[in-house]
Design a protein around this ligand. Structure first.
Ligand code: SAM
Length: 352
C-alpha cells in the first residue's frame, strides 16, 4: 500500500481535532449541569478560584475544566490576569438558553448515545431495533432542549407562515395535532402564539407524555393543550386543520402508515407539516458537517428506533425531500412541497 505522508499527517490532524471534540463532549455536559458556562458568561472574566466559589465547586477541577474549554476555543484565557471569559458569541451558543443558536443542552444527547451503545451494538448484530422506550432518560430532555432552539426562533415566525393559509386558521381557531410530540415543546410554542386554537399532542412514549403534561401545567396552557399516549396510527381521527410531525416521522417504523392516518384524520382542507432534519437527496451531497452530525445521531438513535417498530422502514435522519415526498404520495397525499428550510431543517407541506 502506498502511503502518502502528507495525507497521513492531514488525516491524523483531523483525528486529533475529533478526539478532542469527543472528549470535550463530557465537559460540555459538566459545564451545563454545574452552571459553569452560565456563571462565566454572566460574571466573567474570572479566575478558576472565583468560578469555583461562585458555583460551589472545587478549584482544582474547575481549573482543569477551564483549561480544556480554553484549548477548545469555547472560552477565552488572558495569561496576564490569569482570568477566563466568554465572548458574546460563545455565550450565545453555550450559556443563553433563549438565544437562536443555543447548543448547550447537547451533552445529554451525546451522553445517551454512549450509555445506550451496548444496546445499539447488539441491535447491529441481531438486526432488531432499540425503541424510544428503551433509551436512557437523558435522551428525552436532551432532545427537547436541542430542538427547542430552532422551534422557538423559527416555528411561529417562519415555518407556520410558509404554509398555505394555515396562520389565518390558527388565528381564528383551529384544531391541531402534534404527532410524536415528545415533551411538547412545539405544541406549547404554537399554543402560546395562537390562544384561540386547540392543540393535541400525541406520542407513543408514556414518559414523554407525562413530562409534556407537567410542563404544560406549569406553563398555564392546560386549557388549550392536551396530551395523550398514542402511536402515529392510533390517535383519534378528528378532523384536524393542521397535523404536525416535528423531527419524528423518520423515527417511526411505518411512516407511510402514519401518513395514511394523517389523511384519514385531516379536515377536508387540512395541512400536514413535516419538519425533518435538513438533507439533500443523495448521500454524496450530505457528506458535510451537518450531514455528519445527523448521520451519527441517526445511527445511534433514529434508525434503531424505526427498526424497533412494525414495518421498520428506517428512513434515517437524512431521508431527504424526494424520499419523504414518496412516503406522502404512497399515503395519498399528493400535493407536496418544500415550504421553507433552515440549515438544519426541511419544512415540508403535504395535502390531500
Ligand atoms: C426525535 S424525538 C422528537 C420529539 C419532538 N417532536 C421534538 O421535536 O422535540 C422523536 C419522537 O417520536 C416519538 N415516536 C417515535 N415513533 C412513534 C410512533 N410510531 N408514534 C408516536 N410517536 C412516536 C418518540 O417517542 C419521540 O418522542
Amino acid at each position: 500500500m502506498d502511503v502518502n505522508p502528507d495525507r497521513l499527517n492531514a488525516f491524523m490532524g483531523k483525528m486529533v481535532v475529533d478526539v478532542g471534540s469527543a472528549m470535550n463532549a463530557s465537559l460540555i455536559l459538566l459545564g451545563d449541569k454545574l452552571g459553569l458556562y452560565k456563571e462565566l458568561a454572566a460574571k466573567g472574566p474570572m479566575t478558576s478560584a472565583e468560578l469555583a466559589k461562585a458555583t460551589g465547586t472545587t478549584e482544582r477541577y474547575i481549573r482543569e475544566w477551564l483549561s480544556a474549554q480554553a484549548a477548545s476555543g469555547y472560552i477565552e484565557y488572558d495569561a496576564e490576569t490569569n482570568k477566563f471569559s466568554m465572548q458574546p458569541e460563545q455565550a450565545m451558543a453555550l450559556a443563553d438558553e433563549e438565544s437562536p443558536v443555543f447548543l448547550g443542552g447537547i451533552g445529554d444527547v451525546i451522553w445517551a448515545a454512549f450509555l445506550d451503545e451496548p444496546k445499539v451494538a447488539d441491535a447491529f448484530k441481531t438486526g432488531k431495533g432499540v425503541g424510544w422506550n428503551r433509551r436512557s432518560e437523558c435522551l428525552f430532555c436532551g432532545t427537547a432542549r436541542f430542538f427547542r432552539t430552532g422551534y422557538k426562533h423559527h416555528l411561529v415566525q417562519e415555518w407556520l407562515p410558509a404554509l398555505d393559509g394555515v396562520v389565518e386558521k390558527l388565528k381564528s381557531g383551529a384544531k391541531v395535532a402534534d404527532v410524536g410530540c415528545g415533551h411538547g415543546v412545539s405544541t406549547r410554542l404554537m399554543a402560546e402564539a395562537f390562544p384561540k386554537s386547540r392543540f393535541y399532542g400525541f406520542d407513543y412514549h408514556e414518559g414523554s407524555i407525562e413530562a409534556a403534561r407537567d410542563l404544560t401545567r406549569k406553563a398555564g396552557l392546560s386549557d388549550r393543550v392536551h396530551f395523550d399516549v398514542h402511536s402515529a396510527k392510533t390517535y383519534p381521527a378528528e378532523g384536524y386543520d393542521l397535523i404536525c410531525f416535528f423531527d419524528c416521522l423518520h423515527d417511526m417504523g411505518d411512516p407511510v402508515g402514519a401518513m395514511k392516518h394523517v389523511r384519514e384524520s385531516m379536515a377536508a382542507d387540512g395541512t400536514c407539516m413535516l419538519v425533518e432534519p435538513f438533507a439533500n437527496d443523495r448521500l454524496e451531497d450530505n457528506l458535510n458537517p451537518v450531514g455528519r452530525m445527523f448521520y451519527a445521531a441517526s445511527t445511534m438513535i433514529c434508525t434503531p428506533a424505526s427498526i424497533d417498530q412494525e414495518v421498520g422502514l428506517a428512513l434515517g435522519a437524512q431521508a431527504g425531500e424526494a424520499r419523504l415526498r414518496e412516503v406522502a404520495k404512497q399515503a395519498g397525499l399528493t400535493r407536496f412541497r418544500r415550504a421553507t428550510e433552515t440549515p438544519f431543517n426541511l419544512i415540508l407541506e403535504a395535502r390531500a
